[in-house]
Design a protein around this ligand. Structure first.
Ligand code: AMP
Length: 170
Protein backbone atom coordinates (compact mmCIF):
# COMPACT_ATOMS: atom_id res chain seq x y z
CA UNK A 1 0.00 0.00 0.00
CA UNK A 2 1.32 3.47 -0.91
CA UNK A 3 1.16 5.50 2.30
CA UNK A 4 3.07 8.51 0.92
CA UNK A 5 -0.12 10.12 -0.36
CA UNK A 6 -1.55 9.96 3.17
CA UNK A 7 1.29 11.88 4.82
CA UNK A 8 0.72 15.61 4.46
CA UNK A 9 3.72 17.94 4.34
CA UNK A 10 3.01 21.14 6.24
CA UNK A 11 5.78 23.70 5.61
CA UNK A 12 6.90 26.04 8.39
CA UNK A 13 5.04 24.19 11.18
CA UNK A 14 5.49 24.49 14.13
CA UNK A 15 8.17 27.03 13.19
CA UNK A 16 9.82 28.43 10.05
CA UNK A 17 12.05 25.95 8.18
CA UNK A 18 10.43 22.76 9.54
CA UNK A 19 8.40 20.60 7.14
CA UNK A 20 5.95 18.87 9.47
CA UNK A 21 4.89 15.33 8.51
CA UNK A 22 1.18 15.34 9.34
CA UNK A 23 -0.09 11.78 9.84
CA UNK A 24 -3.77 12.69 10.37
CA UNK A 25 -4.80 11.85 6.75
CA UNK A 26 -3.35 8.36 7.29
CA UNK A 27 -5.10 7.95 10.64
CA UNK A 28 -8.43 8.91 9.10
CA UNK A 29 -8.16 6.14 6.47
CA UNK A 30 -9.35 2.91 8.10
CA UNK A 31 -7.62 0.61 5.59
CA UNK A 32 -4.32 2.45 5.88
CA UNK A 33 -4.49 2.48 9.68
CA UNK A 34 -5.11 -1.27 9.74
CA UNK A 35 -2.23 -1.77 7.29
CA UNK A 36 0.12 0.19 9.57
CA UNK A 37 -0.82 -1.83 12.64
CA UNK A 38 -0.89 -5.22 10.86
CA UNK A 39 2.43 -4.70 9.03
CA UNK A 40 4.27 -3.46 12.10
CA UNK A 41 2.82 -6.22 14.32
CA UNK A 42 3.81 -8.82 11.71
CA UNK A 43 7.40 -7.51 11.66
CA UNK A 44 7.71 -7.97 15.44
CA UNK A 45 5.43 -11.01 15.89
CA UNK A 46 8.33 -13.41 16.57
CA UNK A 47 10.26 -11.06 18.86
CA UNK A 48 8.48 -12.12 22.07
CA UNK A 49 7.52 -8.50 22.86
CA UNK A 50 6.04 -8.15 26.35
CA UNK A 51 5.43 -4.39 26.37
CA UNK A 52 4.82 -1.72 23.75
CA UNK A 53 5.96 1.74 24.85
CA UNK A 54 4.58 4.82 23.10
CA UNK A 55 6.36 8.18 23.16
CA UNK A 56 4.19 11.24 23.87
CA UNK A 57 2.26 12.40 22.12
CA UNK A 58 1.77 10.94 18.67
CA UNK A 59 3.42 7.66 19.68
CA UNK A 60 0.33 7.13 21.84
CA UNK A 61 -1.92 6.83 18.79
CA UNK A 62 -0.61 3.61 17.25
CA UNK A 63 1.18 2.02 20.23
CA UNK A 64 -1.90 0.69 22.09
CA UNK A 65 -3.29 -0.81 18.87
CA UNK A 66 0.07 -2.54 18.36
CA UNK A 67 0.03 -3.80 21.95
CA UNK A 68 -3.39 -5.37 21.35
CA UNK A 69 -2.21 -6.90 18.05
CA UNK A 70 0.89 -8.35 19.75
CA UNK A 71 -1.07 -9.52 22.80
CA UNK A 72 0.92 -7.49 25.31
CA UNK A 73 0.65 -4.37 27.47
CA UNK A 74 1.22 -0.67 26.81
CA UNK A 75 3.22 1.87 28.81
CA UNK A 76 3.75 5.60 28.18
CA UNK A 77 6.88 7.72 28.02
CA UNK A 78 5.74 11.25 28.78
CA UNK A 79 6.83 14.87 28.87
CA UNK A 80 8.10 16.13 32.27
CA UNK A 81 5.71 16.37 35.20
CA UNK A 82 2.87 14.32 33.68
CA UNK A 83 3.45 10.91 35.27
CA UNK A 84 2.22 10.58 38.87
CA UNK A 85 4.55 7.86 40.21
CA UNK A 86 8.37 7.60 40.68
CA UNK A 87 10.12 8.31 37.39
CA UNK A 88 13.42 8.05 35.59
CA UNK A 89 14.12 11.06 33.40
CA UNK A 90 16.42 11.68 30.46
CA UNK A 91 17.33 14.92 28.67
CA UNK A 92 18.00 15.28 24.98
CA UNK A 93 18.99 18.08 22.63
CA UNK A 94 16.56 19.83 20.35
CA UNK A 95 17.39 22.17 17.51
CA UNK A 96 17.32 24.96 20.09
CA UNK A 97 17.82 23.98 23.72
CA UNK A 98 16.91 20.79 25.54
CA UNK A 99 13.88 18.70 26.39
CA UNK A 100 13.15 15.90 28.82
CA UNK A 101 11.06 12.73 28.87
CA UNK A 102 10.10 10.44 31.74
CA UNK A 103 9.03 6.87 32.43
CA UNK A 104 7.64 5.24 35.56
CA UNK A 105 10.42 3.27 37.24
CA UNK A 106 8.15 0.20 37.34
CA UNK A 107 6.77 0.53 33.78
CA UNK A 108 9.01 -2.32 32.64
CA UNK A 109 11.64 -4.53 34.29
CA UNK A 110 14.35 -7.06 33.50
CA UNK A 111 11.78 -9.62 32.37
CA UNK A 112 10.46 -7.36 29.59
CA UNK A 113 11.23 -7.19 25.88
CA UNK A 114 10.12 -3.78 24.68
CA UNK A 115 8.95 -2.34 21.37
CA UNK A 116 9.30 1.47 21.30
CA UNK A 117 6.85 3.39 19.09
CA UNK A 118 6.74 6.96 17.76
CA UNK A 119 5.28 8.62 14.68
CA UNK A 120 8.35 10.29 13.19
CA UNK A 121 12.09 9.67 13.58
CA UNK A 122 13.92 12.92 12.82
CA UNK A 123 17.34 13.51 14.44
CA UNK A 124 16.80 10.47 16.68
CA UNK A 125 17.30 12.39 19.94
CA UNK A 126 13.86 11.49 21.28
CA UNK A 127 14.17 7.79 20.44
CA UNK A 128 17.71 7.59 21.86
CA UNK A 129 16.53 9.16 25.15
CA UNK A 130 13.55 6.75 25.23
CA UNK A 131 15.94 3.84 24.78
CA UNK A 132 18.07 5.07 27.71
CA UNK A 133 14.93 5.23 29.88
CA UNK A 134 13.90 1.66 29.03
CA UNK A 135 17.41 0.38 29.74
CA UNK A 136 17.49 2.19 33.10
CA UNK A 137 14.38 0.15 34.00
CA UNK A 138 16.45 -2.96 33.23
CA UNK A 139 14.38 -4.09 30.24
CA UNK A 140 15.62 -5.31 26.85
CA UNK A 141 14.76 -3.33 23.73
CA UNK A 142 13.63 -5.70 20.99
CA UNK A 143 12.94 -2.95 18.46
CA UNK A 144 11.74 0.51 17.56
CA UNK A 145 8.91 1.27 15.13
CA UNK A 146 8.00 4.57 13.47
CA UNK A 147 5.62 5.51 10.69
CA UNK A 148 8.11 7.89 9.09
CA UNK A 149 11.92 7.93 9.13
CA UNK A 150 13.33 11.27 7.91
CA UNK A 151 16.47 9.36 6.88
CA UNK A 152 18.23 12.47 5.52
CA UNK A 153 18.54 13.66 9.15
CA UNK A 154 20.46 10.50 10.13
CA UNK A 155 18.38 9.59 13.21
CA UNK A 156 18.71 5.84 12.57
CA UNK A 157 22.42 6.02 13.49
CA UNK A 158 21.38 6.77 17.08
CA UNK A 159 19.01 3.81 17.29
CA UNK A 160 21.05 0.74 18.30
CA UNK A 161 18.25 -1.81 17.96
CA UNK A 162 16.24 -3.11 14.97
CA UNK A 163 14.38 -0.13 13.50
CA UNK A 164 11.22 -0.59 11.43
CA UNK A 165 9.90 2.38 9.43
CA UNK A 166 6.87 2.15 7.14
CA UNK A 167 8.07 5.17 5.15
CA UNK A 168 11.60 6.47 4.62
CA UNK A 169 12.42 9.87 3.14
CA UNK A 170 16.00 9.94 1.76
P1 AMP B 1 13.83 13.80 16.90
O1 AMP B 1 14.10 13.72 18.38
O2 AMP B 1 14.60 14.90 16.23
O3 AMP B 1 14.06 12.46 16.22
O4 AMP B 1 12.31 14.19 16.71
C1 AMP B 1 11.33 13.22 16.82
C2 AMP B 1 10.14 13.70 17.56
O5 AMP B 1 9.74 15.01 17.14
C3 AMP B 1 8.95 12.81 17.31
O6 AMP B 1 8.27 12.62 18.54
C4 AMP B 1 8.13 13.52 16.27
O7 AMP B 1 6.75 13.46 16.61
C5 AMP B 1 8.60 14.96 16.29
N1 AMP B 1 9.04 15.45 14.97
C6 AMP B 1 10.30 15.85 14.65
N2 AMP B 1 10.35 16.31 13.39
C7 AMP B 1 9.11 16.16 12.89
C8 AMP B 1 8.53 16.44 11.60
N3 AMP B 1 9.24 16.96 10.59
N4 AMP B 1 7.22 16.16 11.42
C9 AMP B 1 6.49 15.63 12.44
N5 AMP B 1 6.97 15.36 13.66
C10 AMP B 1 8.27 15.62 13.89
Amino acid sequence: MDLTKLIRDVPDFPKPGIVFKDITPLLSDGRALKYVVDTTAERFAKERITMVIGIESRGFIVAPALAIALGCGFAPIRKPGKLPWKCYEESYSLEYGKDRIEIHEDAVSAKDRVLLVDDVLATGGTMAAAMRLVRRCGATIAGAAVLVDLAFLGGAKRVDCPLFALLRYD
